[in-house]
Ligand binder design. Structure first.
Ligand SMILES: C[S@@+](CC[C@H](N)C(=O)[O-])C[C@H]1O[C@@H](n2cnc3c(N)ncnc32)[C@H](O)[C@@H]1O
Length: 280
């Protein structure tokens, strides 16, 4: 699939996720959350896990940081939390739908760069550039140079996101830069990793929730819609199903029989918090 088509479907997926999450479960964020021991992994608890994730990140922001560029800020809920704590926060987001929400939430306090991080044009400098589950979407060959340019001397990059381990699983979970390649890029960069915390086990329960929601809610709904359409317009329905048969088979393989549980996540990904300091 061409990169722009992939980008559009990813963004629409995030938009649907946000509308459904907010409307049904009062979710403000678009990240996996941090599932502390004892918190039952079920969707009604996701807002608690997301709050824990924010607290966890906040507790790792270096003390000298006063200004933050929140890259891939989603609907801006975390940016707002940071602003309420007294940080000067600006946001980057390439999605029209999310930008509207961010502007409403942040008011005049923040500049919202309505573009991809790779396209940002500004002379402003920040103490920290942060990527909360957005790092995986940014061009790995360019991200360090661009972040470097946006930072004050001795500024920080904070990354909280998952990476791919060097294992291949059929119909497995997508997403994340290759961890080895990321480490290579960091080792050649002017940044020193000062914190590296593995939170894979605490983020993996999110995948069990998504897997269950797909199998127990989305697929049965799709089945019911199919039966309804077949009862009303069998020929048109059959024709559409035939036209998209390859895509439908792929989706079935992926969502019904794919390796998409928390256990699969732990085997194939590593979710890390990195705090990196600019040294040169
Ligand atoms: C999984 S969401 C995370 C949102 C938010 N940081 C949170 O934790 O709730 C990923 C975000 O990255 C944004 N994004 C995707 N590609 C991007 C790019 N090239 N530059 C900046 N942001 C991007 C998406 O629009 C979305 O807001």
């Amino acid at each position: 699939m061409a990169e722009s088509k992939k980008h559009v479907s990813r963004e629409i997926g995030l938009e649907i996720g946000h509308i459904a999450g907010k409307g049904l479960f009062k979710l403000e964020h678009l990240h996996y959350g941090l599932w502390k021991k004892g918190l039952e992994p079920e969707i009604l608890n996701l807002h608690i896990a997301q709050d824990e994730y924010c607290k966890f990140i906040i507790s790792h922001i270096p003390a000298e940081v006063k200004s933050i560029l929140d890259v891939g800020c989603g609907a801006g809920a975390f940016s707002k939390k940071l602003a309420d704590l007294g940080y000067k926060v600006d946001c980057v987001c390439p999605t029209e739908y999310q930008n509207k929400l961010v502007e409403e939430r942040m008011g005049k306090t923040a500049e919202v760069f309505k573009c991809k991080f790779e396209e940002i044009q500004t002379n402003k400098k920040y103490d920290m550039v942060q990527f909360c589950e957005s790092f995986q979407y940014i061009d790995l060959d360019r991200v360090i140079d661009i972040a470097s340019r946006l930072l004050n001397p001795n500024g920080y990059i904070l990354i909280c996101d998952f990476f791919k381990k060097p294992v291949k699983v059929e119909n497995g979970l997508k997403g994340g830069h290759k961890f080895d390649k990321f480490m290579e890029v960091m080792n050649k960069s002017p940044f020193k990793i000062i914190e590296d915390i593995d939170i894979t086990a605490e983020t993996a329960p999110n995948m069990d929730i998504l897997d269950r929601a797909t199998k127990e809610v989305m697929i049965p709904i799709a089945g019911a819609v199919d039966r309804f359409l077949m009862s009303r317009n069998p020929w048109i329905t059959k024709l559409i199903k035939w036209k998209y048969r390859a895509k439908l088979q792929k989706a079935e393989k992926k969502y019904l029989f794919g390796n998409r549980t928390g256990k699969d996540f732990m085997e194939t990904k590593t979710y890390r918090l990195f705090v990196c300091k600019k040294e040169k």
